[in-house]
Write a protein that binds this ligand. Structure first.
Ligand SMILES: [Zn+2]
Length: 130
């Protein structure tokens, strides 16, 4: 499922900011471990993220980082009915640039992502993984 393109300008900016965070995390990591939280509402998978890094910043892959991924649950606010909470159906639009998120209460697509729309790079020293 590597169909998501990086043609969208906003998405490119987003990706480059994440790459910079990964470079900083790697530079400070003792064991080359980089922990990345994937927002459920980004529509991105770990495979897509690694493929993007390989394409845009091969020097990061050359350092043989150990990537660990964890999901960040998505939350929405519906401007139609005021609902806040877990999203309903999430679908890609026809141009595949933006996810369309339905409100589970009124089925409106006038929803705003309040959580889970980001990629978060975590410095591994601060966390103990089991
Ligand atoms: Zn609603």
């Amino acid at each position: 499922m590597l169909h998501k393109s990086l043609s969208n300008m906003e998405e490119q900016t987003f990706v480059y900011a994440v790459l910079e965070n990964i470079r900083v995390a790697l530079a400070h990591s003792k064991n080359r471990e980089v922990i990345i939280g994937i927002g459920q509402l980004t529509g991105l998978s770990a495979e897509q993220i690694i493929a993007s890094i390989r394409m845009l910043a091969p020097e990061i892959i050359e350092q043989k980082p150990v990537f660990r991924f964890f999901p960040i649950p998505g939350k929405i606010w519906c401007t139609g009915c005021g609902y806040r909470g877990d999203p309903g159906e999430v679908v890609s639009d026809k141009d595949d640039l933006e996810l369309v998120i339905h409100c589970p209460k009124c089925n409106s697509t006038k929803t705003i992502k309040t959580e889970g729309a980001e990629l978060e790079v975590i410095f591994s020293e601060k966390y103990e993984l089991k």
